[in-house]
Design a binder for this molecule. Sequence first.
Ligand code: SF4
Length: 423
Amino acid sequence: MSAPVLPRVLQGATDRPLTLAQHEAMWGQWRPRRDLLDELDRAGLTGRGGAAFPTATKARLLRDQHARKKFVVVNAMEGEPASHKDATIAQSNPHLVLDGALSLATAIGASHIALCVAREKASMVNHFERALRERERRGSLGVVVEIHTPPGRYIAGEESALVHWLDDNETLPQYRPQRPSILRIGRAPVLVDNAETHAHVGLITRWGAEWFRSIGTAQSPGSMVVSVSGAVTRPVVLEIALGTPLAEVLAAARADTDPQAVLLGGYGGSFLSAEHLSTPMANEVLRPLGASVGAGVIVVIPRAACGITETHNIVRWMAHESARQCGPCAFGLPALAEDLAQLVTGGRDAAAALTRMSERSDVIEGRGGCRHPDGVVRLLRSALQVFAADAHRHAAGQPCAYAGRSRFATVPRLELENDLVWE
Ligand code: SF4
């Protein structure tokens, strides 16, 4: 058995999940590691769900809580429509995620693991259930492990909304002015990490920090599982070394390598224009450009597409998916979506709509109970910058031939459209 270079998390991936025996033949038996948190620190692992917070720092905060009961939560909700990495990991090796959760539970002294998968994703639930039954047949896990299936909305994957659901069956984000903050189920403190993060923990438990850092950059070590969609032969999930130039990722994904732009991070992420395709996939380089690797989503927008229409499609859906418990989501996001609709058509109100959007964005930003509206504002601002020439043509009543046809940044069908509240 030798340490893998790439793929790591997706090693041995086929369309059937590895059994426990196959997993152990590939990786050896899982054993807890006493120095895990120090090793995670040395590895520099950050959360792969979007926020990129240092995993060891978060875990230490929970380890230092004195409580009779603590939870580790595996967030495999994957509410981003363009993200399929958690589903791919569940389909290839759910045991690696369980290894990571068991490692973290041991390290922080947690008695419970809650594995959360959207109830609509039946095959993912099934993969984790089968893996769990296999582990239980082997003997006691030493902790209580349960699979939970909240409703699969975008906001349900926000960590405080997820914990709220586990605590009280409501997928509403909790107001947290300070980060990091301790989330709780009842009185029990909770450590939440994304499924991919757990899989990396499972590997670091075995191979250590030096191995983890042998790929990636000094500031963004390791690998990341990314979902590439939009102008691609077919949507694909790949594992890349962080720091790989975007152009190389697109080539590996058999995507359009001469696109107009890419959307990076997720639907609360940012567009980057084609001139930045040589940029490495690493936050230290992307952040000065206003972008980040986020949850590893890359949507390729070809030249034969209307960036304004693609943006409208996303903003309209994001407005619909908010929990609508704060003003920015209840009123601001639907109003932005309506402004974008005006801009798409290039009608009489289009120029005024363009001006209104920047005013509304300033009012919305930073005012939500969670960061959902900030993500939408970030996406919109980047779109108005990257597609500035198009936006001004639309505002002047001359939309392009592709206007009104969104085909690349796909979203689930809106079923409750009438619920949208327009200002
Ligand atoms: S900002 Fe939006 S999504 Fe966040 S808590 Fe408020 S209503 Fe909910």
